[in-house]
Design a protein around this ligand. Structure first.
Ligand SMILES: *[C@@H]1O[C@H](CO)[C@@H](O)[C@H](O)[C@H]1NC(C)=O
Ligand SMILES: *[C@@H]1O[C@H](CO)[C@@H](O)[C@H](O)[C@H]1NC(C)=O
Ligand SMILES: *[C@@H]1O[C@H](CO)[C@@H](O)[C@H](O)[C@H]1NC(C)=O
Ligand SMILES: *[C@@H]1O[C@H](CO)[C@@H](O)[C@H](O)[C@H]1NC(C)=O
Ligand SMILES: *[C@@H]1O[C@H](CO)[C@@H](O)[C@H](O)[C@H]1NC(C)=O
Ligand SMILES: *[C@@H]1O[C@H](CO)[C@@H](O)[C@H](O)[C@H]1NC(C)=O
Ligand SMILES: *[C@@H]1O[C@H](CO)[C@@H](O)[C@H](O)[C@H]1NC(C)=O
Ligand SMILES: *[C@@H]1O[C@H](CO)[C@@H](O)[C@H](O)[C@H]1NC(C)=O
Ligand SMILES: *[C@@H]1O[C@H](CO)[C@@H](O)[C@H](O)[C@H]1NC(C)=O
Ligand SMILES: *[C@@H]1O[C@H](CO)[C@@H](O)[C@H](O)[C@H]1NC(C)=O
Ligand SMILES: *[C@@H]1O[C@H](CO)[C@@H](O)[C@H](O)[C@H]1NC(C)=O
Ligand SMILES: *[C@@H]1O[C@H](CO)[C@@H](O)[C@H](O)[C@H]1NC(C)=O
Length: 695
């Protein structure tokens, strides 16, 4: 059985991106399409579709009620109604609220020759045809001044001209957006990228960290946190500069070690900076605490009667008292240490507010990463099944439990204490309006996705925020990467990866495979692929590579095995399909790495140790946070790897001052050798803990 561990990281500065980019099969309610095994009886969809048979039959009724006499127009209207079932309906209906009934119709604006002018075709075919309860009534499209009567009408009664009609319903397809041309959306048949020739890494720091978060002000700096609970602010060297992390180990950004309970699978698991950190100075830590040692460590126990769990029956594995260990999200501020958060070099370890506290049933699998969603600004909180081996209480499938879930919290609108208690919340946050289970009293409203075992490192694609990837650590056989969608069920403990899982015991009840609509992993690996004994495997999720540094891995999703058994590059094919092929890739150390990659004397090989986590900086360059230090992906030619797309003329520059907007911040880091002294002790203790994990 593989155990997993600790901690987090990042992501905030993307709110200015084009967030509607056409990507990923998603329904207009933001959920993943269902897989149906036969063609729907009314709409021409099969395989992945956003309609079940009930919705299909409702669309049929709606169509019959329109009573369209003209065959050509009827056929067009039917296709438009059925666009709701398209697996890309989220993109097709992107421009409007829930009310929108017409997808974006392809019009002649498109420069892409391939797109037909379906909007004109619709107008020309239907303009004189009477349609009852017309879909095209102006009021539905939010126009003022148009006739409110949407009973039986012709397009020509509602719209003055084709131009009038198409300026309201039309739109073009591009790589950023997709429009409806009368037929199910098809993907371009792209030639899949070749697997990369290998990854070239340089070593730029000795510290052992669990989380890296780029500075939200966009500068060339990042926060790094350790499992015991210390956060450092480091300057990042430019690519090709020969520089290393610019960090002062004697001057942490904040030190939370007094509150954090640090042990094998405990510690500071995550940190997140508010998207507006540069203005409001708000930041958040996710960590574990021990209630026998700290009075601030008191939350409701996640093992309770709501979820068929009796805390007095928990095994001794759970600590000396029920829910002795807890998971906490706490908020901090740079106010008080700096008037400008971008210039803050440190912050007080004084909690401004407790966001969340929950007692844990056992001593493992509690994930703990926190991330702000790049398009919604809400805080996503990853939570494992709580441990105990094979999720004995079936928490991950129990929607009254927050274990084995991804949660989504609004930390910008904090309700009153009475409201919090009325709603039975676990702290100071509110529930976003469109959380999937908000209206269902039988379910915990915090939940965004269910059926996770121990989500170990999630990330949002920095180019396509709808791609929310989470690696989920497996039990006995399979390590998986999931594409997380609203309300999705990722299968655990009914499935482990793609296979049915058979728990030995289940005091908390069972969930049948028939009763779940499990979403299967998009990538992963079998334990047998990396370790013949099948034991030492545990996935660490990474990022879509969006840097220009190594063009041969552009757009690929990188992930690794915690035990250093491999690094994989996942290629999506076709583009925007959500289907991936992943291949293990080699990695080596740049000949000119500023720090030696290997600690073994005489060895030139690269020994990464444990790969705890990945990080991404503001230039989209990718880092590996390992027990041996901090590594960064660099140009392939620095490892003598051939990538024909690489710009090999890029000159090696001398170390230059960081491009931080805050000159005082860059001038204060002049310790070019990474970690010394106490940090070495820290490193040793982390490694010891991992050895314990292995046996
Ligand atoms: C889907 O396939 C399963 C088994 O292959 C079958 O039992 C079921 O009836 C099918 N469902 C539909 C809607 O055709
Ligand atoms: C359908 O339209 C026809 C004429 O086109 C009309 O005679 C009939 O009453 C309509 N049916 C309904 C249900 O509106
Ligand atoms: C553009 O459209 C014309 C006419 O429909 C067609 O002949 C031509 O092949 C198209 N070009 C491309 C590149 O699709
Ligand atoms: C619809 O009516 C308009 C105006 O009466 C006429 O010009 C047009 O040709 C008609 N279109 C069709 C397809 O009948
Ligand atoms: C439109 O339909 C509603 C009922 O659906 C009816 O009350 C109303 O009178 C109709 N209006 C016209 C102009 O036919
Ligand atoms: C096509 O759609 C766009 C977006 O709605 C609109 O601005 C434009 O006017 C339309 N073009 C034509 C020719 O109708
Ligand atoms: C499909 O490929 C064409 C030509 O390369 C391009 O213009 C178009 O934007 C692509 N469509 C999508 C949906 O990616
Ligand atoms: C979309 O296409 C434009 C120009 O065709 C290109 O500059 C841009 O990088 C593309 N965006 C994506 C996400 O591929
Ligand atoms: C910190 O300062 C900012 C800007 O003045 C303010 O908006 C915020 O409320 C302050 N936070 C705390 C915890 O006082
Ligand atoms: C990559 O993996 C796929 C299957 O996952 C396999 O078909 C393909 O041959 C692999 N490519 C290489 C170059 O190893
Ligand atoms: C790359 O090749 C050069 C010349 O053959 C050699 O000197 C250098 O050591 C090689 N570097 C690496 C990292 O293999
Ligand atoms: C390659 O890099 C060099 C140095 O950074 C730059 O001057 C040049 O424009 C780049 N060439 C291309 C094709 O990007």
């Amino acid at each position: 059985m593989t155990l997993h561990r600790s901690l987090v990281f990042f992501f905030l500065f993307l709110s200015c991106f084009a967030l509607s980019s056409w990507a990923l099969p998603l329904c207009s309610d933001s959920r993943a399409p269902l897989e149906v095994n036969s063609t729907l009886s009314f709409c021409p969809y099969k395989g992945k579709t956003c309609c079940d048979t009930m919705e299909d039959s409702n669309l049929n009724k709606q169509f019959q009620a329109m009573n369209i006499s003209d065959k050509g127009c009827a056929s067009i209207v039917k296709s438009i109604l059925c666009a709701k079932c398209d697996p890309f309906s989220s993109d097709l209906f992107r421009d409007n609220s829930d009310q929108q009934s017409v997808p974006i119709l392809c019009n002649s604006t498109s420069s892409a020759n391939s797109t037909k002018d379906f909007c004109s075709e619709t107008w020309e075919t239907c303009q004189n045809v009477s349609i009852s309860g017309s879909l095209f009534a102006a009021s539905l499209q939010g126009r003022v001044g148009a006739p409110a009567n949407n009973n039986a009408s012709k397009l020509a009664d509602l719209w003055q001209s084709k131009t009038d009609f198409c300026s309201s319903f039309g739109g073009a397809s591009s790589n950023e957006t997709v429009c409806f041309s009368g037929e199910p959306v098809t993907l371009n048949d792209t030639t899949p990228d070749k697997p990369p020739p290998g990854l070239c890494l340089e070593k730029i720091g000795n510290g052992s960290y669990l989380n890296m978060v780029p500075h939200p002000d966009g500068s060339n700096r990042a926060f790094f946190s350790t499992q015991p609970g210390i956060v450092f602010l480091a300057g990042l060297p430019d690519q090709d500069s020969g520089g290393v992390l610019d960090v002062d180990p004697s001057s942490p950004f904040v030190d939370l070690t007094d509150e954090v309970h640090f042990d094998t699978e405990f510690g500071m698991m995550g940190m997140a900076f508010h998207p507006k950190f540069a203005q409001n100075g708000r930041f958040f830590a996710s960590f574990n605490c021990d209630k026998s040692k700290w009075p601030g460590c008191t939350g409701r126990c996640s093992c309770n009667s709501d979820v068929n769990c009796d805390p007095s029956k928990l095994t001794p594995d759970s600590g000396s008292q029920p829910c002795q260990f807890q998971t906490v999200i706490a908020e901090y501020t740079t106010n008080g240490t700096s008037s400008d958060p971008s210039k803050a070099k440190n912050a007080k370890p004084t909690e401004v507010r407790r966001i969340f506290t929950m007692g844990l049933p056992f001593t493992s699998h509690h994930a703990g990463q926190i991330l702000f969603g790049p398009s919604d600004g809400y805080l996503y909180f990853m939570m494992g099944d709580g441990g105990g081996g094979a999720d004995p209480y079936n928490f991950a499938q129990n929607k009254k439990s927050l274990l084995g879930k991804i949660m989504r919290l609004d930390v910008d609108n904090i309700p009153s204490a009475s409201e919090i208690s009325k709603m039975g919340l676990w702290g100071n946050y509110s529930i976003p309006k469109d959380n999937p289970f908000r209206e269902d009293k039988e379910l915990e409203p915090e939940i965004w996705a269910v059926g996770l075992r121990n989500p170990w490192r999630c990330s949002f694609d920095s180019s396509r925020p709808s791609y929310f990837m989470c690696a989920d650590v497996g039990q006995d056989t399979y390590e998986e990467v999931d594409l997380i969608t609203k309300g999705g069920n990722y299968g655990w403990r009914v499935y482990e990866g793609p296979d049915l899982f058979h728990p030995e015991s289940s005091p908390g009840g069972k969930t049948s495979a028939k009763s779940v609509n499990s979403i299967f992993p998009v990538m992963g690996y079998n334990h047998s692929e990396v370790d013949s004994s099948g034991k030492s495997a545990s996935i660490t999720g990474g990022y879509f590579y969006r840097s220009e540094t190594d063009p041969c891995i552009a757009g690929m999703y990188l992930y690794a095995d915690l035990y250093g058994n491999g690094v994989w590059a996942g290629i999506e094919t076709p583009a925007n399909s959500g289907n991936f092929v992943s291949n293990r890739t080699t990695f080596s150390c740049a000949g000119d790495s500023p720090m030696k990659c290997s600690d073994s004397p005489g060895s030139t090989g690269l020994t990464l140790g444990y790969i705890f986590s990945f990080g991404e900086d503001n230039n989209k360059d990718i880092y590996l946070l390992t027990s041996n230090g901090v590594y960064r992906v660099v140009r392939p030619s620095r490892c003598n790897l051939t990538c024909s797309k690489e710009n090999t003329t890029a000159a090696r520059r001398n170390p230059s001052p960081s491009s931080s907007p805050s000159s005082s911040a860059s001038s204060c880091y002049r310790h070019m050798n990474g970690f010394h002294g106490s940090s070495v002790v820290l490193l040793v203790s982390l490694s010891l803990i991992l050895l314990v994990l292995l046996v």
